[in-house]
Ligand binder design. Structure first.
Ligand SMILES: [Zn+2]
Length: 97
């Protein structure tokens, strides 16, 4: 393998790794379809900031395009990104991740 090939392979690994880390391939907790591009945002995200005005937690309501059900996306500096299932019957959030 050439040096250029090794560099390209390393960049690809890095891109894939950061995509995984950022939840690009997360599953819908309702229908199990993968991909963060499948969701439409509902309203504005609610951000929590620390004293330095840095966002430490962000909550966003989403709707899955496949099954039309609601999902709550929570990103935090500590935990990374996760999807919570909005239970249609009780309207309580259930952790699935
Ligand atoms: Zn879905």
């Amino acid at each position: 393998m050439t040096t250029a090939g090794i560099i390209i392979a390393a960049i690809l690994c890095y891109v894939l790794y950061s995509a995984l880390k950022n939840g690009v391939f997360m599953r819908c907790p309702h229908c199990g379809k993968i991909g963060s591009w499948r969701y439409d945002k509902i309203g504005e995200s609610e951000d929590e900031k620390d004293e330095d005005d840095v966002i430490i937690k962000s909550t966003q309501q989403l709707r899955c395009r496949s099954c039309q059900k609601k999902v709550t996306e929570i990103w935090s500096d500590f935990d990374g990104r996760k999807f919570l299932k909005n239970d249609e019957n009780t309207d309580l959030l259930k952790a699935t991740a």
